[in-house]
Design a protein around this ligand. Structure first.
Ligand code: BG6
Length: 483
């Protein structure tokens, strides 16, 4: 693979949570892995007008030291640090930003490309895009736009219009970092590089699908962002439905960006409008006492719901999605439950829960991730007794993990290379918001749940009945998970 051309990367929201936790450490990891271009400069930007170059370098150092896999030392760090500069983004006075970008470009010899990363709240998108359009900065540039992309169908359409007044769709990279995860990308390999799984990957053989992303994290000081967003917009409409798209899509004619995204977006077009009666909204006890949260807040910190994909392959198969804060485990798991064989000829004493541990495919896509085929096997002995068993592939120990990139790292690299395959497209996002409209217009009330639980009971069990949630695992499928 040939590397990207020389780049000036402009990071809007340079002092924000995302820049500190993911983007600066991720860019530095790309540098240590030799995946940044030979010539690169990173211009941090915020609305602050004061000169911040040294403060930005110090912030980047702390961010990489705290959150990075590669620590900020040695010659690679020195080069990285020297590449960092700062230019204030003030739509009334674009001078400082222009000057910083020009200085960075000149230091690279004047033939570099521009990549803008909008790691800013959605409310700030329009003014920054306007600034890029009013100056010549948008010309031949690429722009990475963070999620959530709008807050409903109308705002997503308006945002797309704003973006398209300045950028051609080929320049736009709407990012969803779950799509950059190795183990999500591996679902394409599992499904389409093997003859084993795809023949059963449909309504004839699969009775339900779960995409379950519980988090142990609480608010982590993000009340300002989270209060106006909630679990549905933060996680479901973005990460979980994108993963659903990868699980449910038909085989593309190739892995090139257009056919891959065409097939994924067809799934979103087939999403049945979400019925509010099929949604459980929860709020962890104590959320309203968090700093910055309204005492009567009705923001959900948890959502579980049932979705349907009304197409030839999936009609009638429920897709259960769940994600929430302050839950019992941090996991990222897809479960495909297989239909029962037509005849039960084994006298089995298994409880229903243990019975359910067989006969499914489980994909853990939390880095580094694993895949298990769970089945029922005969226990040795004279009697025909069944016990759940698994065949498991684990990334850890199977491949050289050092080559692995985190979601953001992979996607920033792809954006520099101009590859849009793993980025979301405007039509797909609009289909998702369209299907979400009944829920957004009629959200059920939030139900309290205890921190450290799996969400509000009995609502979550009733939602999925007669199936159980795969998590928490009743049998261990991979060392370190389950009971
Ligand atoms: C982000 C959400 O997009 O994804 C966070 O805003 C969430 O609320 C995070 O915690 C989860 O991603 P990861 O990669 O840290 O598991």
């Amino acid at each position: 693979m040939s590397g990207p051309d020389d780049h000036v990367i402009v990071l809007f929201g340079a002092t924000g949570d995302l820049a500190k936790r993911k983007l600066l450490p991720g860019l530095f990891h790309l540098a240590t892995a030799g995946l940044l271009p030979d010539g690169y400069r990173i211009v941090g930007s915020t609305p602050a007008r004061s000169a911040m170059r040294d403060a930005f370098r110090a912030l980047a150092h702390d961010a990489v030291a705290t959150f990075g896999r590669s620590k900020p030392t040695g010659p690679v760090w020195k080069t990285f640090e020297e590449s960092l500069s700062f230019g204030a983004a003030d739509p009334q006075d674009p001078g400082p930003l222009l000057a910083a970008v020009r200085a960075a470009e000149e230091s690279l010899g004047g033939a570099s490309r521009r990549l803008f990363h909008l790691a800013i709240p959605p409310s700030a998108f329009a003014s920054i895009i306007g600034l890029l359009g009013d100056t010549d900065l948008a010309k031949n540039a690429k722009v990475i736009v963070e999620k959530p992309f709008g807050t409903d169908l109308a705002s997503a359409q308006a945002l797309n219009e704003t973006i398209h007044t300045v950028f051609d769709e080929s320049q736009v990279f709407r990012i969803d970092h779950f799509l950059g995860k190795e183990s999500v990308d591996n679902i394409l390999a599992l499904r389409f590089a093997n003859g084993m799984f795809e023949p059963i990957w449909n309504r004839d053989h699969i009775s339900y699908v779960q995409v379950d992303v519980p988090e142990t994290l609480g608010l982590e000081g993000r009340a300002h962002f989270y209060e106006g967003t909630g679990a549905f917009r933060d996680m479901i409409v973005t990460h979980l439905i994108q993963v659903l798209g990868i699980v449910a899509m038909d085989p593309p004619v190739s892995l090139a960006a257009r056919p891959l995204r065409d097939e994924k977006d067809k799934v979103f077009e087939a999403l049945r409008p979400i019925e509010p009666a099929h949604v459980v909204r929860g709020q962890y006890e104590g959320y309203r006492d968090e700093p910055g949260v309204a005492p009567d807040s009705s923001t959900e910190t948890f959502t579980a719901l049932r979705m349907e994909v009304d197409n030839w392959r999936w009609v009638g198969v429920p897709f259960y999605l769940r994600s929430g804060k302050s839950l019992a485990q941090r996991r990222q798991v897809i479960t495909l439950g297989l239909r029962e064989p037509p005849l039960r000829m084994f006298a089995t004493e298994l409880t229903d829960q243990r019975q359910d541990c067989g006969n499914k495919i489980v994909i853990d896509f939390g880095d580094p991730g694993w895949i298990a085929a769970a089945f029922l096997a005969k226990e040795p002995g004279p009697a025909m007794r069944l016990e759940p068993a698994t065949m498991t592939f684990g990334y850890a120990g199977s491949f050289c993990e050092e080559n692995g990139l985190e979601g953001y790292e992979r996607l920033i690299l792809d954006a520099m290379l101009g590859d849009q395959s793993l980025f979301t497209r405007s039509d797909g996002i609009e289909h998702i918001w369209r299907a979400s409209t009944p829920l957004l217009e009629n959200p059920p009330p939030v139900q309290p749940y205890a921190p450290g639980s799996w969400g509000p009971e009995p609502a979550i069990s009733e939602l999925i009945a007669p199936h159980p949630w795969h998590l928490p695992e009743a049998v261990q499928m991979f060392p370190g998970t389950g009971t």
